[in-house]
Design a protein. Structure first.
Length: 103
């Protein structure tokens, strides 16, 4: 079964690093985007509350998932090392993201 593509959300957010076990890099979706996604698609979430997405930053497009923040206010998008390298992004840099939900 093919995934239906939902709305596209565009935003800019800083890249941050979570280094609890290994270095993982994320952007946090703006609160209004997170609230809309949760209200419209939260009931379709998979494991850990994740939702499948297609993300684009610069010339890089990939499929991933967004995960709810621990406080539940929004979602975070992990950024692969290949994307960070290609787009020359590091912690603290602002990433311009186009995010499409695949539901």
């Amino acid at each position: 079964m093919r995934a239906r593509v939902a709305d596209t959300h565009e935003f800019a957010a800083p890249l941050w690093e979570w280094g609890a076990r290994a270095s993982w890099f994320f952007v946090t979706l703006p609160a209004d985007v997170g609230e809309e996604i949760k209200a419209r698609f939260g009931g379709q979430a998979a494991g850990f509350g994740s939702l499948k997405v297609e993300a684009t930053i610069g010339s890089s497009t990939w499929q991933s998932s967004v995960f709810p923040e621990s406080d539940g206010d929004s979602y975070v998008l992990p950024l692969k090392k290949a994307v960070r390298t290609k787009e020359k992004l590091d912690a603290g840099d602002i990433a311009s993201v186009a995010l499409r939900l695949l539901v």
